[in-house]
Ligand binder design. Sequence first.
Ligand SMILES: *[C@@H]1O[C@H](CO)[C@@H](O)[C@H](O)[C@H]1NC(C)=O
Ligand SMILES: *[C@@H]1O[C@H](CO)[C@@H](O)[C@H](O)[C@H]1NC(C)=O
Length: 601
Amino acid sequence: MLRYLPDSFKIRRFTTRQLVAVAIALLVVLALYYNALPHYSDGRRWTPPPVAASRTPPAEWQRRADQVKQAFLHAYHGYETHAMPHDEIRPLSNQFKDNFNGWGVTLFDSLDTMILMDLNDEFRRALPVVEKADFMPSPNVTNKHVGYAPFFETVIRYLAGLLSAYALSHEPILLQQAEKLGSMLSPAFDTPSGFPLFGVNIAQAQGIGSTTGILAEIASCQLEYTYLALLTGNKTYWDKADGVMQGLAQADLTALGGMMPRRWNVETSEPTDQFLSVGAATDSAHEYLLKQYLMTAKSDRTSYQMYLRATNHILTHLLYLSDKRGLLYVTDVSRPGGGPSHRFEHLSCFFPGLLALGADQLDLSLDDLDLSTLGSEGLRSYEILKHYDLRALHKWAAEGLATSCYLLYADQPSGLAPDEPPPSAGNLWIAALERWREGGQRGSPPGLGEKPTVRFTEEELKSVKLRAIKAERRDYYLQRTDYLLRPEACTVESLYLLWRTTGDPIWRERGWAIFEAIERETKTPSAYASIKDVLKSPAPQLDDMPSFFLAETLKYLYLTFLDEDPLPLDRWVFNTEAHPFPVFTWSSWEKEKFGIGKLPS
Ligand SMILES: *[C@@H]1O[C@H](CO)[C@@H](O)[C@H](O)[C@H]1NC(C)=O
Ligand SMILES: *[C@@H]1O[C@H](CO)[C@@H](O)[C@H](O)[C@H]1NC(C)=O
């Protein structure tokens, strides 16, 4: 600023005119700042709630980050000792299992976490195993995927694990192996539509699977294949990823408010059901719409349009408030206009983090929407949403949902959340929000703010009647009580993103409470175990430690407690298994080569 002031400003005595000029300049700056904050359509400004100072001192956060690193070492050393190079350790019996191709999924999924945690010895020991992998069918595979590699899981765990470890270390073997694997999995795309099939018979270089595909499995490979294209310079990979995005973009979703449903025909690229959800079977497809746009340095406008349309529909149709505690939750409908199931899936707990990320990285405006693509359902949402600042709305939804996800943990005696959707009942959030807006916007928006935890005591757990009463006060009933060490169960992912985007230490503290529960309930002498019943403490354990516990849960917790930010959100994008890819710095020739300039905008 000072550079632009006249030289006379440096003289000690100012004229009245100069003082007036400075005052005006200050007012302009203030006005610009005020304008940059979210506004309601009537011009009133939304101010974020005050951020409470953390009572936990910085040295303690450092100690907590260290404890997560120790947890990673405990889990990984257990795997190395008892299971490497097989897929996963069985943390109670110290046996191994080969449930994801038998190439060592825990090792591949853990590489980038090791690099982030400076675990050089572990990383060096892992590289020869990576180098030896030939990605051929293993006779040891014990689950149903015999004779083929499941495309989605192999992409998000193995391929993404290699690519992100390469991005962080530049170790050439990682990229060589990523290219080999990416190429071997390519036959999955050999469909008339370019939508990938369920799996690949690698030995015969053939895709296999039924003509009906699941959205999340079809549409969660764009980040990986786009980044592979950039690293190798091989346009084939870009074409495959982009083919999926274009196929989805061309489908007529006007009756569904622009939201992609759960099942699709992989030959015709047409949807085959009308089930709308952000939970199981659909989740990461919505995630990749935003993340593809962010990773391509906001070049892929198609994916941004689709993200805006989908989130508009979710904000107006799938968000509900529970009766008693006013918990915000996201649910599903099986057809447009149909009633919601009111299920609130643990898997959809990634969604608050996604909303927070979008609101943090983008201006998010309805002006960006191509209205001609909306259809009457989409226009109806548009008419409601135009009264709000879209960015503020995404932030509110993110905070309310993340608090509900956290309470699913805090409510249970074990401190861990159940894996299956706890049914609830409630009313449309947008309706409550409209009443709040029309009533003069007094207090915080509905669904936000502190909520009490409602825990069962031992006595209540024994009494069916007491349990039912308490369940009513909690707003939900439990169907299944297991906890599969999921993060995607992604509550910790959302807590991380809310911490980074709001700076409010409450999200960090909540992450710490979850980590303490993990330490207390899931640790075994050799690793960590999934839990059979979250209503008990100590909780009965299962003989299972999924690789995503090291790839996601511990990585996000570590990054949440770390004071420095090695992966700023404007420069890194996490895939759905928490593997970070760098935001592209495209050169114009690369854009031209990949045909980016030709994408409809
Ligand atoms: C199958 O498991 C056995 C026993 O651990 C191991 O020696 C062998 O190398 C495995 N085969 C493959 C192809 O992974
Ligand atoms: C690009 O990748 C495809 C698919 O793996 C492969 O067939 C082709 O040979 C590659 N092209 C180059 C120039 O490496």
